[in-house]
Ligand binder design. Structure first.
Ligand code: SAH
Ligand code: SF4
Length: 355
């Protein structure tokens, strides 16, 4: 007899879970019970779900499975940033970074793809291309695994990958993270960062609430085309229009991430153009000095350039926060993910070829 493949319950949005259960002839409210076991309680075995009848548990075990992650490696930075490496079923791997914030709070930086197709010139993740999308379960399991050991107050989809290039699975993962019986995150606690895929930004706004961060990184199309090839498809005008149209809650703003790269985008003229670009947008700016890495000839900006740039924005009443990239010593900082691991793999490959 042909066996139907088991459904991974962590791949189902709360609505899909309800449909799955009603398809089995069960009541809708069973979904809430299951979500409580799967997420806050972190159970990975149907037998442990003691408020479900034994027969129901056995039926579930015949049709469904519960995936989970255990870290294959864990590194801690001198600044407290912690990087987790998770091995996926097909042998690929992803990295997740836990960043300590003020007052004992922590932000988890989650990956949405293995690699990335966007090929930004400054980003190590991008240089290896896209291997594949992560499933919703693989996105959510990064949160599940880290939460077993550490509180996770905020989540940023800013790890490896372009989240809007994997929109369906990302929306599904958000629905799971928001679910009241599940982790019950507020949409204000989760931020999605994009390189600027304009149609998908608009679709995201129609489908679900989430804080939006846009990796801007340049103030002219000429420079942005060089740094971020996505700009050739969706130039600055289109991108900024999509930002103006993005639905925001009261007092909510779009975060613009701006990596300062020496001599490329860190001049006072850039700061002036940035002010103009942001006109009419509810915005705040994160200024991130470029993280130097072996894959790039770009340099970090001079201290004076950072200060002048930030001062120009602040003087024009634009919230501009300087962000130190944390976890540099363990290659956990922005744009460094997957770097070391790939380097190691390439190294082993070249050694095995020459031997
Ligand atoms: N693909 C999405 C989210 C992941 S990238 C995006 O691009 O927004 C997360 C952030 O890391 C982006 O803001 C990107 O601009 C930044 N980044 C990439 N390489 C970097 C580097 N070398 N130094 C500093 N920030 C970098
Ligand atoms: Fe991809 Fe973001 Fe890196 Fe660009 S910055 S290559 S979009 S991960």
């Amino acid at each position: 007899m042909l066996q139907t493949p088991l459904v991974d319950l962590k791949n189902l949005s709360p609505a899909e879970l309800e449909a799955f259960l009603t398809g089995m002839g069960k009541e809708r409210f069973r979904a809430g019970q299951l979500l409580r076991w799967l997420y806050p309680r972190g159970v990975t075995d149907f037998a442990a779900m003691t408020d479900l009848a034994k027969g129901f548990r056995a039926e579930l075990a015949e049709r469904a499975a519960i995936s989970f992650f255990t870290p294959a490696a864990e590194e801690v930075s001198s600044d407290g940033t912690r990087k987790f490496l998770f091995r996926l079923q097909d042998g690929q791997s992803v990295e997740t970074v836990l960043i300590p914030m003020d007052e004992g709070r922590a932000t988890l930086c989650v990956s949405t793809q293995v690699g990335c197709a966007m090929q930004c010139a400054f980003c190590l993740t991008g240089t290896f291309g896209l291997t594949r999308n992560l499933t919703a379960a693989e996105i959510v399991n990064q949160v599940c695994a880290v939460r077993t050991g550490f509180p996770v107050d905020n989540i940023v989809l800013m790890g490896m990958g372009e989240p809007l290039h994997n929109l369906d699975n990302v929306v599904r993962a958000l629905e799971i993270l928001y679910s009241e019986s599940g982790f019950d995150y507020s949409s204000r606690k989760i931020t999605l960062s994009t390189s600027g895929l304009v149609p998908e930004m608009l679709e995201l706004g129609r489908r679900i609430r989430v804080n939006l961060a846009v990796s801007l990184n340049a103030t002219t199309d000429a420079v942005r085309n060089e740094l971020m090839p996505v700009n050739r498809r969706y130039p600055l005008n289109d991108l900024m229009r999509a930002c103006r149209e993005y639905p925001l809650l009261p007092r909510q703003r779009i975060t613009f991430e701006y990596i300062l790269i020496r001599g490329v985008n860190d001049s006072l003229d850039d700061a002036r153009r940035l002010v103009k670009l942001l006109h009419g947008v509810k915005a705040k700016v994160n200024l991130i000095p470029f993280n130097e890495h072996a894959g790039s000839a770009f340099r970090s900006p001079e201290e004076a350039a950072i200060e002048t740039f930030q001062r120009h924005l602040l003087d024009r009443n634009i919230v501009a926060i300087r962000r130190a990239s944390k976890g540099q010593d363990i290659s956990a900082a922005c744009g460094q993910l997957k770097g070391r691991l790939e380097e190691r793999r390439l190294l082993t490959e070249s050694t095995s070829h020459s031997s």
